[in-house]
Design a binder for this molecule. Structure first.
Ligand code: PEP
Ligand code: MG
Length: 347
């Protein structure tokens, strides 16, 4: 708004003050457990893009790490990091979290995340290309080194391994077979690791949602990557500004997919988290809990606000809200429904 009149400016200033007050209050209550108004615990964890962010996450009240993006260890250098260097990073995060869960994602390179020394050539459709587990399965040298480092670090905390971009059962079995292979090698060398380490699958490709009932039988937990899921489901490149208005978390198809995934997880009694940006937007918190999501992973800065939002939510009401949303036909209808309900401003 260019040259706002005094009344408009005053309106925005009042809104800004309200936002700041809400944020300050939310940070003050950050160390309390995240509980709904009807006293149900919701796990609120942080995603980290570097090991150094672990302390910030704890200060913000994170109950652990829901997504450690490991790409940072591979970027801004001329060759892949070795096992010792990676082990030190994973151990550092696990120790900082002192027994809290730490979900480490295997290398999710390619697509929008490039690393020069890995020689991923320019592709016509990088988002549909040689990325994540597709890359790792083609480069077992890099993949196994990372898995060895993660497994060795698993004796220092509650580390879980998570695979990005899983699109079906065969792929899941292949990556799990590589984990088994690395475990056997560690056994042969008498190197210790957590033999019960949890292995989870990201759900961020629509085919994985359609097969969620089957994937849930062969994985210990789900984490829905809404950033990519929305991109692939709605055919909207997540980094193309021209079509950014079409990238819509409130799209009815997105809501249905989250529901389908959460239900498949519930049937097999495995946890189902969200680790895309949607988890850090208070507009969606009640809906996500109502759809059956049991854990939310977000940037540390969003944690206090989401915890505060959770404290206003009644789980039964959330389920009723989700049932209503699932019957809606357009994103506008869903947005109006949600806007009338969320309590703490997140922006
Ligand atoms: C996602 O796709 O939602 C996700 C968490 O992974 P990234 O944003 O790193 O692709
Ligand atoms: Mg992703």
């Amino acid at each position: 708004i260019l040259d706002p009149d005094a009344q408009t400016a005053a309106g925005f200033e009042a809104q800004r003050q309200g936002d700041l007050a809400a944020r300050t209050a939310a940070f003050a209550g950050a160390q309390a457990e995240a509980r709904t108004a009807d006293s149900k615990h919701v796990e609120v964890v942080a995603h980290l893009a570097t090991a150094a962010e672990a302390q910030v996450a704890l200060q913000a009240g994170a109950e652990g790490v829901g997504l450690l993006r490991t790409e940072f260890i591979f970027q801004e250098r001329t060759e892949p990091p070795g096992e010792e260097e990676q082990y030190a990073v994973y151990r550092q995060v696990a120790e900082a979290m002192a027994g809290r869960p730490v979900v480490i994602r295997t290398l999710d390179i390619g697509g929008d995340k490039l690393v020069a020394h890995l020689q991923i050539l320019k592709e016509d459709n990088p988002q549909l290309g040689w990325r994540a587990v597709r890359f790792c399965l083609a480069r077992p040298d890099i993949f196994k080194t990372q898995l060895r480092a993660m497994l060795r670090a698993s004796v220092h905390g509650a580390i879980a391994i998570m695979f990005p971009m899983i699109s079906g059962i065969e792929e899941l079995r292949k990556v799990k077979a590589v984990v088994q292979e690395v475990m056997s090698e560690l056994d042969a060398a008498a190197i210790s690791y957590n033999k019960d380490i949890k292995i989870g699958s990201m759900i961020e490709v629509p085919s994985a949602v359609m097969l969620a009932d089957l994937l849930a039988q062969e994985t210990d937990f789900f984490s829905i990557g809404t950033n990519d899921l929305i991109q692939y489901l709605l055919a909207v490149d997540r980094v193309n500004e021209k079509i950014a208005h079409l990238y819509d978390p409130a799209h009815p198809a997105v809501i249905r997919m989250i529901h389908q995934t959460a239900q498949a997880a519930r049937v097999r009694k495995i946890p189902c988290s969200i680790c895309g940006e949607m988890a850090g937007d208070a507009l969606y918190t009640e809906l996500l809990l109502g759809l059956g999501i049991t854990s939310l992973s977000m940037a540390a800065v969003a944690i206090p606000v989401i915890r505060a939002e959770i404290s206003h939510i009644n789980l039964e009401e959330a389920r009723t809200l989700a049932r209503k949303a699932l019957k809606m036909r357009t994103d506008d209808e869903i947005r109006v429904l949600l806007a009338g309900r969320h309590h703490v401003r997140a922006d």
